[in-house]
Design a protein around this ligand. Sequence first.
Ligand code: ATP
Length: 269
Amino acid sequence: NLLSDIIEPNNIGVTFDDIGALENVKNTLEELIIVPLKRPELFSKGQLLKPVKGILFFGPPGTGKTMLAKAVATESGAKFINIAMSSITSKWHGDGEKYVKAVFSLASKASPSIVFLDEVDSMLGRRANPGEHEAMRKMKNEFMVHWDGLRTKYKERVLVLAATNRPFDLDEAVIRRFPRRFMVNLPDASSREKILKLILSKEELATDVDLQSLANMTGGFSGSDLKSLCLAAAQRPIREIIHREEEEKRLARVEGRPEPPSRGSEDIR
Ligand code: ATP
């Protein structure tokens, strides 16, 4: 059951090159996680450089936190295990404790591996939650115990990466276990331009498209919003062609003319 949740590094499908902007975060992750995972022998001597066991990405929705976690796994050749609250409730019928145990046992066997918790606040939120479910509390404890028990060797590593839009809902005990935290904020104008360039890199754009001014017009947009905008824009000429064809057919019917053939794709732009 759980095996289907493990993704081999070659099948994750996200690399650093797919992520626009966020250069500082990418550079730090390279040094902090990717190089140690790829070259553990460089870190095996000495005591100063200890491997981290947990990294937290926080910031508004759609800013690339999940992409970063996936890309780190791809770039470092680690397997990716995505933990979702939804699969705990659906596949494990609420038995989160068993699920957590199985995940960590699998992650160790599959090491080097990255366990990713999206919306970590929903799983490891504040302990003092009034009315917190007993099952939930047990699952959280189970998670902490396994997490603390992870070997801190550079070889055979298991690393917990997590993302949240609500860092303030995490309890102290959880925050402490993420010694490195990355704020992934909404992109500024120059980052938006980079993201737009990346999203549109394989598209055929009209000659008057100016990505810089588009970036200036989209203040407050996340990377995900920019992607939606581009999808909508790509859809528009197609919708217009269909609409035009239908209009022509309607006119032809009214006037008793033969129906015009459908247009080829060269008419799209
Ligand atoms: P959430 O908090 O909603 O889970 P998130 O921060 O994890 O969001 P992602 O799932 O990583 O965001 O990004 C959503 C989508 O937005 C991506 O699949 C991608 O298409 C686009 N996107 C976001 N940020 C970037 C970026 N920096 N470069 C390219 N695409 C991006």
